[in-house]
Design a protein around this ligand. Structure first.
Ligand SMILES: NC(=O)C[C@H](N)C(=O)O
Length: 322
């Protein structure tokens, strides 16, 4: 018999309508899940009960610590985390980066509230529990299970605001076919990083987006605010408009790391263009994030900076996690 720990953090799966105040996360995870699914037992407890749009880095660190403790329990075979979908890709990616156990960690949530007549949370949790208890997913790291599909946390993102399947990308690892979980792939794994220290909570890493007419002063401002790093979500393969290459040079000259990602949903950063494009941004000191999107690139950057290593070592370590 497999034993799963379920850790609740809130989100729509734990939300109920509060009338004109909108839906609010109020529900304890233990109220959401049965204690047993077939031959799998589930122990549920809550870490937080909030919408994921309210999370900060301290919350993400606390979730990672709680998951680490649950994984260390010899009576636990896998962990399920329930989470709001808005920023689930960030938390799940952090859990994947620090995942140092063969036991699966499966993150899930819901698109419809707990009091909705067609709530999707119960089914998502049942499938996530099944995935977390599945021996074939040992060694697969942190996964996202939603609407019958299990995908790697790395590379996944919320791609639809309301659809029952809001996540895309990542490596599709398994899917439900009737009552069976069909395992189709093994995601690429990286050496686990240490769970970030409390310095992570205040590691300021901003995201700045390129668009027609975008002003590079926002990048200067982020540096003035004390950002340790800025992720530049460039256009296309990683470009930005007039003034950005100079602003990147000023930022890196002031000790602020600049990571170059893309605002395009899929595909790698490939420095290709001059005249302020990716070639010039990299020349100015920006570090391309390969195909890590701005939100997950920000998490990796903040984790690495939180260890307090000398900044000269950042590029090589960052690149080894791409
Ligand atoms: N579907 C959801 O869970 C969205 C919710 N606003 C959240 O991220 O907490």
């Amino acid at each position: 018999m497999a034993h799963i720990q379920l850790l609740g953090t809130g989100g729509t799966i734990a939300s109920r309508s509060q009338g004109t105040r909108g839906a609010v996360a109020t529900e304890a995870s233990s109220a959401l899940v049965p204690k047993q699914y077939g031959d799998v037992t589930v122990r549920a407890r809550d870490i937080l009960t909030i919408g994921s749009y309210r999370l900060d880095l301290a919350d993400l660190r606390r979730i990672a610590e709680a998951v680490g403790q649950a994984l260390a329990d010899p009576d636990t075979d896998g962990v399920v985390v329930t989470h709001g979908t808005d920023t689930l890709e960030e938390t799940a990616f952090l859990l994947d980066l620090v995942h140092a156990s063969p036991k699966p960690v499966v993150v899930t949530g819901a698109q419809r509230t707990a009091d909705s007549p067609d709530a999707d949370g119960p089914r998502n949790v049942a499938e996530a529990v099944r995935a977390a208890a599945d021996e074939r997913l040992r060694g697969a790291g942190a996964l996202i299970c939603f609407n019958g599909t299990v995908r790697s946390a790395r590379g996944a993102r919320k791609v639809h605001t309301t659809a029952g399947s809001p996540f895309g990308g990542g490596t599709e690892v398994a899917h439900m076919a009737g009552n069976q979980l069909v395992v189709t792939a093994t995601p690429r794994r990286y050496p686990p990083l240490p769970t970030p220290p409390t310095a992570f909570d205040n590691t300021r890493v901003e995201i700045i987006t390129a668009y027609p007419g975008a002003t590079p002063e926002l990048l200067d401002h982020a540096v003035q605010l004390g950002s340790r790093a800025v992720v530049l979500a460039g256009t296309g393969v990683g470009n930005a408009g007039p003034g950005f290459a100079e602003a990147v040079k000023r930022a890196t000259g002031n000790g602020c790391i600049v990571v170059l990602s893309t605002r395009a949903p899929w595909g790698p950063v490939v420095p290709t263009y001059g005249d302020g494009g990716g070639i010039d941004l990299v020349e100015a000191g920006a570090i391309p994030s390969a195909d890590l999107n701005p939100f997950q690139a920000r998490i990796l950057t903040a984790v690495l900076l939180s260890y307090g290593e000398p900044p000269e070592e950042f590029p090589a370590v960052f690149e080894s996690y791409l």
